[in-house]
Ligand binder design. Sequence first.
Ligand SMILES: Nc1ncnc2c1ncn2[C@@H]1O[C@H](COP(=O)(O)OP(=O)(O)OP(=O)(O)O)[C@@H](O)[C@H]1O
Length: 127
Amino acid sequence: MATAFSWKARLKSFVYAAQGIRTFFASEHNAWLHLAATVAAITLGFYYDITPKEWICVAGCITLVIVAEMVNTCIEKIMNHLSPEHHENVKQIKDIAAGAVLVAAIFAAITGCILFIPYILHHYPFN
Ligand SMILES: Nc1ncnc2c1ncn2[C@@H]1O[C@H](COP(=O)(O)OP(=O)(O)OP(=O)(O)O)[C@@H](O)[C@H]1O
């Protein structure tokens, strides 16, 4: 039977999720790289005064990559916990999860180039 709805329980879930985000950024080296890329993209966005639609693209890319990395981290931790010994299936699972992050990061990098290169060329004409 479902338990009764409780705002206190919902608030607790929110706090636990925030703890998860804090743990991710405090302990994962890849998270620091994503954070550095995020700061760079936001700085460029303000510097070139990009449009609201372009901000949505930037925010979407940042979110996509960070969410992919968080899910990848979860999969790594689950596999390390359940199957610490070497196994070919574990390798495939971990590599596919890492590949998902790479796909997201390539998409974000391509989007960043399409978005920012015209601004850079416009502000610094080389000819
Ligand atoms: N238990 C395991 N069984 C088989 N292969 C594994 C196992 N653990 C890791 N691997 C594989 O070994 C390689 C290196 O994994 P490892 O997690 O050390 O590096 P990584 O992906 O760079 O990790 P991190 O992002 O934490 O630095 C990857 O191909 C991974 O799939």
